[in-house]
Design a protein around this ligand. Structure first.
Ligand code: G1P
Length: 298
């Protein structure tokens, strides 16, 4: 029997974004812009290009900008239309989501990623679903989530995006213990959230893309807080593995930027700017002149 189709994605966007204070005092972290598109747009583009039909945002207080961003904007649209600015109007229309395709759920307490996912349980019910963490921006010729859905169509169960990281960074990630490596896919035997470098079972880190079997909700139910005092999705996945359910790691192809950190956000900004034909020349020569200046100063 074919595996059930993955048509829904959860975007956890309830975090306070404290690493980007003071901006995030008034601007949701997910709407900070990479060139001219908010971070969340890259995640939504990836989901839609991977065949996702239902987008579920787990939000919190202070995220109304994000909801407005995906909605119609009658005044702006009228103004652009009157002025005959068809190209800009198209840009605005292209990012507007159909009302039927998007749902917002509030996470009214910041209890962790596992809890955030549980908040969408009633919208998922009994289907496999995707989770995309918008902080992890992945540039790839085939969207990362699409690559994972292709793997899931062969393996079933759950699939987690993975990437090798230097041992010193293990304590920033969920770390996987894998066996039976076949190309980019491996069986996951264990998973631990943010271990100390000397306790990490490998250097294979979880990156923010998951395809999860709906049984995850039962495993998350009643989980106590752990790493960082939060209810961790990682612990729910560990319980799934312990219950003998299939979980696979997938080493995706593509460039991943950690936009949850300032350095990563800046790297993504440079990379995405250089990928834009209208910016490449001017911005590229500016960067070259900066590098030349730095070299001269050394
Ligand atoms: C979350 C997950 C972690 C994963 C990481 C990827 O952590 O809990 O397992 O490795 O995303 O970005 P966070 O970065 O939200 O602390």
């Amino acid at each position: 029997m074919a595996n059930a189709k993955v048509t829904k994605a959860i975007f956890p966007v309830a975090g306070l974004g404290t690493r980007f204070l003071p901006a995030t005092k008034a601007i949701p972290k997910e709407t900070l812009t990479l060139v001219d598109r908010p971070l969340i747009q890259y995640a939504v583009d990836e989901a839609l290009a991977s065949g996702i039909e239902q987008l579920i945002f787990v939000t919190s207080r202070g995220k109304s900008n994000l909801e407005d961003y995906f909605d119609r904007s009658p005044e702006l649209e009228r103004t652009l239309s009157k002025a005959g600015k068809k190209d800009l109007l198209r840009i605005v229309h292209d990012v507007t989501l159909d009302s039927g395709a998007v749902t917002y759920v509030r996470q009214n307490q910041a209890l962790g990623l596992g809890h955030a996912i549980s908040c969408a349980r009633h919208l998922i019910q009994d289907e496999p679903f995707a989770v995309i963490l918008p902080d992890d921006v992945i540039s790839a010729s085939t969207p990362c989530l699409k690559q994972m859905i292709d793997v899931y169509n062969r393996t079933g169960g759950s699939v987690i995006a993975a990437m090798e990281v230097p041992p010193a960074l293990a304590s920033s990630y969920g770390i996987l213990d894998v066996a039976g490596v076949a190309g980019r896919v491996a069986e996951v035997r264990g998973i631990v959230e943010k271990p100390a470098a000397d306790k990490a079972p490998s250097n294979l880190a979880v990156i923010g893309r998951y395809i999860l079997d709906p049984s995850i909700f039962d495993h998350l139910d009643g989980l106590p807080p752990s790493a960082g005092g939060e209810i961790q999705l990682t612990d729910g996945i560990a319980a799934m593995i312990a219950a003998g359910q299939g979980v696979h790691a997938y080493r995706f192809s593509g460039d991943r930027f950690d936009c949850g950190s300032k350095a990563g956000f800046l790297q993504a900004t440079v990379s995405f700017a250089l990928a834009r034909s209208e910016l490449r020349e001017e911005f590229g020569s500016y960067l070259n002149s900066m590098v030349a200046l730095q070299n001269a100063a050394q």
